[in-house]
Design a protein around this ligand. Structure first.
Ligand SMILES: Nc1ncnc2c1ncn2[C@@H]1O[C@H](COP(=O)(O)OP(=O)(O)OP(=O)(O)O)[C@@H](O)[C@H]1O
Length: 225
């Protein structure tokens, strides 16, 4: 098992957002998370990605209970094993696509030549190599999002957490991005947790969960024929 979340609780003030979420993710699995606006999807994703801490409950990543590790180790796990993609790509405007994609590798102290090589390969793989020298302001929404995906993958994460990654894209680009996630799973065995409002896109995943009233109220599994 890649990730296990046990009895996750989270409140903001007296608003109980998560009231005991239990979730398991297998290696190379693609999971979609749905739920009404305000149901706590982003809150859950942030907790699963170690960007936020639960008030109660446990997170176990590749057999390691994350509450038991030091802040330094947690940072290392986050940087090396996890990747993030958000609705608004959050690329740094003053850097080129290539520099943006290489950034997490450079931050991790990977040799500059190696970091740029990895980033260039990913831009090629994602079909945006011809935009490598452009700043984000000169990219289309779909191109910028693919650069953000390259950035999320540059440290070869085991799991990518995506919060409405296609929320800002038109239908064709949104489907393309989700197809890309499935291809990345095939090619690199990367697992994905994808928050989306879009039912059709959610159905492309292996499994889906529906958050309601702070718990997983429904779950479905894709049938293979
Ligand atoms: N930092 C915060 N401080 C206070 N309240 C917060 C904070 N973050 C989220 N909330 C509240 O927690 C609830 C869940 O928010 P969250 O963003 O997780 O929902 P969501 O399901 O992702 O919603 P949406 O689909 O609209 O993005 C909301 O009521 C929100 O206002």
């Amino acid at each position: 098992m890649l990730l296990e979340a046990i009895d996750i609780h989270k409140s903001y003030g007296n608003v109980q957002v998560l009231r005991g979420v239990n979730l398991q993710l297998q290696e190379a699995e693609v999971l979609s998370v749905m739920g009404a606006s305000g149901a706590g999807k982003s809150t859950l994703l942030h907790i699963l990605g170690t960007l936020d801490t639960p008030d109660r409950g446990q997170l176990i990543f590749e057999g390691t209970p994350l509450h038991a590790v030091s802040a330094k180790q947690l940072n290392k796990i986050r940087n090396q094993a996890l990747g993030f993609v958000f609705q608004f790509h959050n690329l740094l405007p003053e850097f080129t696509a290539l520099e943006n994609a290489a950034m997490p590798a450079l931050i991790q102290g990977i040799d500059k030549a190696e970091a740029y090589e990895r980033a260039a390969c990913l831009l090629e793989y994602l079909g945006v190599a011809h935009r490598a020298k452009h700043e984000p302001g000169r990219l289309s929404g779909g191109e910028a999002q693919r650069v953000a995906v390259a950035r999320a993958l540059v440290n070869h994460p085991r799991l990518v957490l995506a919060d409405e990654p296609s929320g800002n894209l038109d239908e064709a680009n949104a489907i393309h991005l989700h197809e890309l996630f499935l291809k990345l799973r095939e090619d690199f065995r990367t697992a994905f947790i994808i928050v989306t409002h879009h039912k059709e896109l959610a159905k492309m995943a292996d499994r889906g969960v529906w958050l309601n009233e702070g718990v997983i109220a429904e779950e479905w599994q894709r049938r293979f024929v």
